[in-house]
Design a protein around this ligand. Sequence first.
Ligand code: GLC
Ligand code: CA
Length: 569
Amino acid sequence: MNNNKNWWRDSIGYIIYPESFKDSNGDGIGDIQGIISKLDYLHDLGVNLLWICPLFDSPMDDNGYDVSDYYRINPRFGTNEDFKTLLEEAHRRDIRILIDFVLNHTSDEHPWFQMALRNENSKERGYYFFRKGKRDENGELLPPNNWKGFFATSAWKQVEGSDDFYLHIFSEKMPDVNWGNPELRERYYEIARFYLDMGVDGFRLDALAHLAKDLSFSDSDKEADASGLVLDTDKFSNRPELFAYLAEFKEKVFSHYDCLTVGEVGGEISPQNSLLFSDREKGSINMVFNFDTVWDNGAYGSIDKTDEEIRTNLIELKQNFKKWYDVCHEHADMPLYWCNHDHPRVLSQYGDVRFRNESAKMLLTTLLFMYGTPFIYNGDEIGMSNVRWEKPEDFYGDVGNKNSVKYWRRQGYSEEEIVRFLNRSSRINARTPFQWENAPYAGFSNVEPFERVNDNYKEGVNALDEMNDPWSIINFSQYAIYKRRLPEIKEIIDKGSWDILDIRHPDVFAYMHEYNGQRLIVVSNFRPYNVFFSFYYRIHDVILHNYDNVLLDDHVFTLRPFECFLLKV
Ligand code: GLC
Ligand code: CA
């Protein structure tokens, strides 16, 4: 295994959503043995760092992000022994493993919460946020404040038979834990040590931005939605106490291990403030995933827009990458990603299924050769795309979507509008079974899977058929990853300067690394039509290209739909 200090800077990450990756025991649900059976596939692809979405015991209200026992692997995914085997087998192949660590909340079925509910005087009561509701003038009981959670409901749920409410910024089955409680913090440090001692290589820290809340629990005075609630992330994101908690976590746990910590940091954080987390000297974790580069096509919150109005705002996308790079790269390590289990497929967002092959390759190249540690979302390497869903109930596998459907129906949106919007924005799109081959259920399982399979596995969108096609997305992905890992290329990316070329160009994403007189350039067309791009460099080498000939005439490229190059100039 690569034991260099800061090994993650040499890593290519890969995100596994376990439920839909590979079923080994014929129950239609992906599992740990399924992942083990695909480690050779992942090794051949060239990735060497896996982030696996939560595997802990859970009633699966939010698909594993609602943990009921941190020390037990969810039986639907396997056993603790299976997990240890996964670690060993992965390490044998030089692949490291990050587990998804959910710190902001537990399941309401977790014994801590059960005890907290049963006994107001228990120490566990102090692990959560319980507050008295308010009475309006008619004596009706209301939540303690007007906060709205991320899943389209009030952030408070009444405790049955009492005036008390508990805080949940995600689903009502996910009560937020109180990081201000020192004993609660110790509980989490114990869990972290347990897994680090077992051999995991680090953590993706879920919903990390939200650990500290505004403890005054005052109403938000921002604009309320139709039900009088406000999703005011300032009330529970990136607040000062959070950084003290993390400093303690580092001192007590992380600093004693050779581990990677990657925080999920939403809540509209600026690059400057992200350094409070990940500054190489002063921060407490190694990197943060930001949200600025994942919805630059306007699809987020766009229920009032038609599909035609959704279009990648490429200038904004480029500016977002640039702003993060400019502020952070000298001070912090950075991850790169287009998509994870919370997003629709990037091919359907920034690419185009009519140009599946070209756009999948273009997106991979554009991301892979930027500065940072790339994370590829499972299935993107074979060009998986969104599904065409038919009715609102098709999205009920996601508790957030389910709540939203109810909310929009109350607002009077038509079924058609709801389905159109969720088709393009729902994270269910990223959670359909992995397409391994052209066999029943795409070779994911031998029985009907828990979630619908995208039919396009029959049209060649599957790993096995692609492996047999030299021009396929998967073969390109493998080759591109191989190139990305070559020391001579890595050096230019890691040590050189980086800048975007012609950032005002509305259709082309082009950038250049320069190191010791060597230049590496990526030129990518983000549109399904031909565009022109001025180019004044002499090409020494075409390292990657997704068409089979180059159209460069008198310093002007004619770039065909989603055409993309990686060049040495
Ligand atoms: C993170 C996860 C998401 C989950 C939420 C609550 O955003 O990525 O899937 O729903 O946290 O845990
Ligand atoms: Ca299974």
